[in-house]
Design a protein around this ligand. Structure first.
Ligand SMILES: [Mn+2]
Length: 424
């Protein structure tokens, strides 16, 4: 299914009067509204290929139908999102779930939909059919060199697929760890992992980046070999200038101050990218902004402040990606909500008067500092988002139009109810 431009224009025409009234009022009380709109027009968030189908838990999965059955259909789904919100112009692939049989054809299809290829992801957290050696006790940290070599070869292969599609980064997330005390020598596990990562790093093209994602626990419950930002940063520093830390919002212990982590990684020039989601208890992978939008705003505040100090371009300096799972919502609706939440937090963070905040910090005016942040957070920036979308040819209200056009019903008609997206 494709959403034709005239359907979007017709929707925007119907909404225009009320949109303009809201935009006029927003412009009156938001200084620099035009600059925010311009920034929003550029901002893109990558959609992971595995988020287009219904997720599940170890207890069950309740698919809603019309799931993409191939890489082509995954691209088409992201094309739908991008047509509606003009901010979902890239895809993050997962190998081996998304190996393109014909990279040139896939590239042409993506180009036609205005989609580029973000970081490619390797998978050594599960055994694939026909795989010679098992990752039951880890991959890059495994005690058996033959297992490590197999995992290294897989990552090199992922880079090769990424090069063929025009991607320029690989994200390595390891489930390696231990579930019981005594199972693992921490130091030796770190050293073996570093040696393995060095071999993968050596095969990176010169314009590529390697993102090292950390996670506090799960699937291992006693230790993780890349368990926190400190460990990830150690690897990234030892590997070299093309290696960076990747922050996934769900991969921390409860109450971690993620905004402080972000600030310090940026200071060190080692923040590579972001996986957005939201959580209440653990790695819940819920819709971005659904549980704790204030934390998301505080993170964006540190991101924007830190990027500005370093002269990093907001839209392309870091890799922005959603990494969520949709168990009870339509995946495409959930993704529209997530992209919207990310852009709201970003736009609000642009409203912070940095000079005024800096003055408060220098004079220990704690009360005023809080007021500055919360004034920005409590500003309704949605008319600015809508205007940015309209100017880019997107829908003023993407979710409404998605429902009006009965997109899911069309996808079910096209693909049936029983198809399962690869990787799920
Ligand atoms: Mn992630």
């Amino acid at each position: 299914m494709l959403i034709e431009a005239n359907r979007i224009q017709e929707h925007d025409r119907r909404q225009l009067l009320s949109h303009e009234a809201q935009l006029d009022s927003a412009r009156k009380f938001i200084p620099g509204a035009s600059v925010v709109i311009e920034r929003l027009r550029e901002f893109q968030v990558a959609i992971p290929s595995w988020a287009l189908g219904t997720g599940g838990t170890r207890f069950g999965r309740f698919p809603g139908g019309g799931e993409p059955r191939s890489l082509e259909e995954k691209l088409q789904d992201i094309g739908l999102l991008h047509a509606l919100n003009r901010s979902s112009g890239s895809i993050s692939l997962h190998i081996p779930w998304d190996i393109p049989s014909d990279p040139e054809r896939i590239k042409t299809l993506a180009k036609g939909l205005g989609i580029r290829f973000d970081a490619v992801n390797s998978n050594t957290f599960q055994d694939q059919q026909g795989q010679a050696l098992s990752y039951k006790f880890g991959s890059l940290h495994h005690v058996d060199q033959a297992v490590r070599e197999q995992a290294i070869a897989h990552n090199v292969e992922v880079i090769r697929h990424g090069v063929a599609l025009g991607s320029d980064a690989i994200t390595v997330w390891l489930s390696d760890g231990s579930s019981y005390p005594g199972q693992l020598n921490f130091r030796k596990a770190f050293e073996r992992t570093l040696e393995s990562l060095r071999k993968i790093y050596a095969s990176l093209p010169s314009n590529w980046k390697m993102y090292i994602e950390y996670k506090a626990y799960e699937p291992n419950f006693y230790s993780m070999t890349v368990g926190d930002w400190g460990q990830s940063l150690l690897y990234a520093q030892k590997l070299g200038p093309q290696a960076f830390t990747l922050v996934d919002l769900g991969h921390h212990l409860p109450h971690a101050n993620i905004e402080q982590i972000v600030s310090l990684l940026l200071m060190e020039g080692k923040l590579g990218g972001f996986h957005f989601n939201d959580s209440k208890y653990g790695d819940d992978d819920l819709t971005v902004g659904s549980i704790n939008p204030y934390q998301l705003f505080l993170i964006f505040h540190e991101l924007v402040e830190g990027m500005d100090v370093k002269g990093i371009k907001h839209s392309s300096g870091l890799s922005w990606m959603i990494d969520a799972s949709h168990n009870v919502k339509d995946p495409l609706e959930d993704l529209l909500q997530s992209v919207e939440a990310i852009k709201i937090a970003y736009a609000q963070s642009l409203l912070i008067d940095q000079a005024e905040l800096n003055h408060c910090q220098q004079t220990n005016d704690v009360t005023r500092a809080q007021e500055i942040l919360q004034r920005a957070f409590r500003t309704d920036v949605r008319p600015l988002l809508a205007e940015a979308r309209r100017l880019e040819g997107g829908a003023l209200q993407p979710l409404d139009l998605f429902r009006e056009l009965k997109v899911r019903a069309s996808l079910i008609k096209e693909r049936g109810t029983s198809g399962v997206a690869t990787g799920l």
